[in-house]
Design a protein around this ligand. Structure first.
Ligand code: NAP
Length: 280
């Protein structure tokens, strides 16, 4: 049997159509959903990510406000920028592009984002609420992965899920989201021993390691579900996906799997924040 391709590109296009319609509806009520993006420094990859996010806003008719700060920005200056955006009623979502230059206390700045505008799901409060099953905007990459699984009607309840990576924006929230959906979750990281044998037992694997093709095809159980969150310039992810379609039951391609869902989830959550403003 050939594997199901979990096509994030397709789902994000479908979702964009519906977001676009809802943005139009809000615009008719005088509300223009608006995402503020903050880019600190000159990291070319971060510049590209922010540009892609702003382009997506434009495609669906949303406003975006680009705040660009120099490489030498201090924590206090960034905190002041976030404070200003928190109190700006025209802004519905705030994206602080990660990573920020090393002199900045990134955690302090993430946590300064007002919870109602934390559409990228980066605050400790949002993570805590999500983990407890309370209302929260999920961290966009794992939340996008869950949307993709739901779209393809993959029920994770009771599955042995192995998440490789425990970063605050990806591995940890991914594990909590899968746990909340009643998967049995194992979280692996750089000090994990016998990783290959843990993965061999997985019904569902999420690769969020940041090393190209780190998870080998022959570690993966037959008919497993494979989610590759990695993305590398050589157009591959964190999992060896070559000729994987005869081996697994479903997988996310790279590119075109997880990546498009991340941006789409950011835009969707910005829309939801704007909708809440109308309803409150
Ligand atoms: P990160 O912050 O660097 O975290 C990497 C994680 O992998 C860490 O928890 C680390 O463990 C673990 N790790 C490193 N080496 C390992 C090893 N040898 N064995 C097992 N675990 C190991 O990276 P991230 O931000 O989570 O990103 C992970 C990947 O996802 C990257 O490829 C990135 O490009 C991609 N990504 C994609 C999107 C998207 O939109 N598609 C968004 C975000 C990230 P320790 O905690 O022990 O150090």
């Amino acid at each position: 049997m050939t594997a199901t391709i979990l096509d994030g590109k397709k789902l994000s296009k479908i979702s964009e159509q519906s977001i676009k319609q809802k943005v139009e509806n809000l615009s008719e009520k005088g509300i223009k959903p608006t995402l503020a993006t903050i880019l600190v420094g000159n990291d070319p990859a971060s510049e590209t990510y922010v540009r892609m996010k702003r382009n997506t806003c434009a495609r669906v008719g949303m406003e975006s406000i680009a705040v660009e700060l120099s490489e030498t920005t201090t924590t206090d200056e960034l905190l002041q920028t976030i404070k200003n955006l928190n109190s700006d009623d025209s802004v519905h979502g705030i994206l602080l592009q990660h990573p920020v230059p090393s002199q900045i206390d990134e955690r302090l700045c993430f946590d300064a984002i007002d919870i109602t505008k934390d559409v990228d799901g980066v605050t400790c409060l949002g993570f805590g609420n999500m983990s407890m099953g309370l209302e929260a905007y999920g961290s966009c990459t794992p939340a996008g992965i869950i949307r993709l699984l739901e779209y393809y009607e993959i029920n994770v309840e009771g599955l042995n899920a192995v998440v490789v990576g425990r970063s605050p924006i990806l591995g940890k929230p991914m594990a909590m989201m899968l746990l909340n959906l009643n998967a049995t979750v194992t979280i692996c990281h750089s000090r994990t021993q016998n990783l290959d044998s843990i993965i061999k037992n997985a019904d569902l694997i999420v690769g969020a390691v940041g090393i190209p093709k780190f998870i080998k095809k022959d570690w993966i159980k037959k008919n497993a579900i494979v989610i590759d969150a990695g993305y590398h310039p050589e157009q591959c992810g964190d999992i060896e996906l070559d000729n994987i379609d005869e081996h697994v039951s479903a997988y996310t391609p790279v590119p075109g799997g997880v990546g498009p869902m991340t941006i789409n989830t950011l835009i969707l959550q910005t829309l939801q924040s704007a909708e809440k403003r109308v309803n409150n």
